[in-house]
Design a protein around this ligand. Structure first.
Ligand SMILES: [Zn+2]
Length: 351
C-alpha cells in the first residue's frame, strides 16, 4: 500500500467480512441474546462470547410511532430466541440491545432516535419488565465499535474510531482500549461537527453540520435541489423523473457513469468527511479509523477526495500513524457488539 507522508493510508476497496468468526459449536461457555434495532428492521440472534451466531431473526420494524409497539416486538423476538436456547440447554447471561439513536447506556434510555421517532424512551426498563434476563442498552454505533473491537477490524487496536456514513453520520471511539462515552454518555456525535457555518439545515436543528453536508440524506437532497435548478444530469433519468426516488445510491450510480453533477456531489461529500476525520485525528491521534455505512459504497469516488482532504488538513505526526480501513464485520457487528455489552458485565456461574 502506498504510504507517502502526504496521504492518509486508506485501504482500497477491501471486501468486508459479512460474518463473524464462528466459535466451536457446543464449546461456548457464555451466550447472550443480541438485538439490533433500526428504523427499518430489527435483527436478533443468540450470540456466544466467541462470536458464534445462532437462531438469527430479522423483521421489519413496527411502523407504529408508539415506542411500546417496537418494545413489544423486541421482547417477542427475545422470547423466541430464549425458547430456542432453552431447548439447547444453553444458559443466557443477558440481553444486549443496540439502538439506532443517541442512547444513555448507564440509564438505559434512548434520548433521541429520529428514524424511530423516539425521544427519552426508557428502553432498558421497558424490556426488563417483560424478559427475565438482565438487559443492557447502547447506541448502534457504540455496539458496532464493541463488535469490531472483539472480532473485527479493531481487534488488535487500543485506539480506533468507528465511523458510520449512511443515511446519517455517527461515530464511536475506543480510546486506551475502552469505549469512550463522555460525561453525559453521548460522545461521538461526529455527524454534528460544524463544518460549514450557515450551511444547510441539519436534522439536529443546527446548520452546517457534517451530516447536513455528507450523509446519504444530504447527498440525495443536493441532487434533488440541483435537478430543481435544471442542472443537466443522468440522476434524473435514473430516477425516471421521480424526485422521491433520488437517493445517494442513485447519485453513486450516476457518478459511475461519469455524470459531472453526481461526481461533484460525491467529491464534496468526501472532502467534508475528510476534513471531519482530520479534526478527529488531530484531536485523538487514533491508530485506526474504521469506515462503515452505505455511503462508503461509492468507494474511490468518495474515498479519494476524502483522503486528499484528510491529508491536507491533518498535522503530519498524527497523520503518519493513522490508517483508514473498512470495518471488518458489516451488519453482523451490531449483533456481536450488542452481545459484548452483556459479556462485559455478566459472568457465567461456575459450579
Ligand atoms: Zn447536526
Amino acid at each position: 500500500m502506498p504510504n507517502d507522508s502526504h496521504s492518509a493510508r486508506v485501504a482500497q476497496d477491501k471486501k468486508t467480512t459479512p460474518t463473524a468468526p464462528a466459535g466451536p459449536e457446543g464449546q461456548d461457555a457464555a451466550w447472550a441474546i443480541a438485538v439490533d434495532v433500526g428504523g427499518s428492521k430489527i435483527a436478533a440472534a443468540l450470540v456466544s462470547s466467541s462470536g458464534c451466531l445462532r437462531h438469527q431473526r430479522r423483521e421489519p420494524t413496527s411502523a407504529s410511532s408508539e415506542p411500546q409497539a417496537v418494545i413489544h416486538q423486541i421482547c417477542q423476538m427475545v422470547d423466541a430466541i430464549a425458547s430456542a436456547a432453552a431447548e439447547e440447554t444453553r444458559e443466557i447471561l443477558g440481553v444486549g440491545i443496540g439502538i439506532a439513536g443517541m442512547t444513555d447506556s448507564e440509564r438505559g434510555i434512548t434520548l433521541l432516535a429520529s428514524n424511530l421517532g423516539w425521544k427519552n424512551v426508557p428502553v432498558r426498563r421497558l424490556v426488563a419488565d417483560q424478559v427475565e434476563h438482565p438487559v443492557f442498552v447502547d447506541s448502534d454505533t457504540n455496539v458496532a465499535a464493541l463488535g469490531e473491537q472483539a472480532f473485527g477490524a479493531g481487534r488488535d487496536s487500543d485506539n480506533f474510531l468507528y465511523v458510520n456514513i449512511g443515511t446519517g453520520i455517527g461515530a464511536s471511539m475506543v480510546l486506551d482500549g475502552r469505549l469512550y462515552r463522555g460525561a453525559g454518555g453521548v460522545a461521538g456525535e461526529f455527524g454534528h461537527l460544524a463544518l460549514k457555518p450557515g450551511g444547510p439545515q441539519c436534522g439536529c436543528g443546527l446548520r452546517g453540520c457534517l451530516e447536513a453536508l455528507a450523509s446519504g440524506r444530504a447527498i440525495a437532497r443536493r441532487a434533488t435541489e440541483a435537478i430543481a435548478d435544471r442542472r443537466p444530469t443522468k440522476i434524473q433519468e435514473l430516477a425516471e423523473g421521480k424526485q422521491e426516488d433520488v437517493t445517494a445510491a442513485l447519485v453513486g450510480e450516476a457518478a459511475q457513469l461519469g455524470d459531472p453533477l453526481a461526481l461533484e456531489i460525491l467529491s464534496d461529500a468526501g472532502r467534508y468527511i475528510g476534513i471531519g476525520l482530520a479534526i478527529c485525528t488531530d484531536l485523538l491521534n487514533p491508530e485506526r479509523i474504521l469506515l462503515a455505512g452505505g455511503v462508503t459504497g461509492a468507494k474511490e469516488l468518495l474515498l479519494k477526495p476524502m483522503r486528499a482532504a484528510m491529508a491536507e488538513h491533518t498535522l503530519p505526526r498524527p497523520l503518519r500513524t493513522v490508517t483508514v480501513v473498512p470495518s471488518g464485520l458489516g451488519d453482523v457487528g451490531y449483533l456481536i457488539g450488542a452481545a459484548a455489552l452483556v459479556f462485559r458485565e455478566e459472568r457465567p456461574q461456575t459450579t
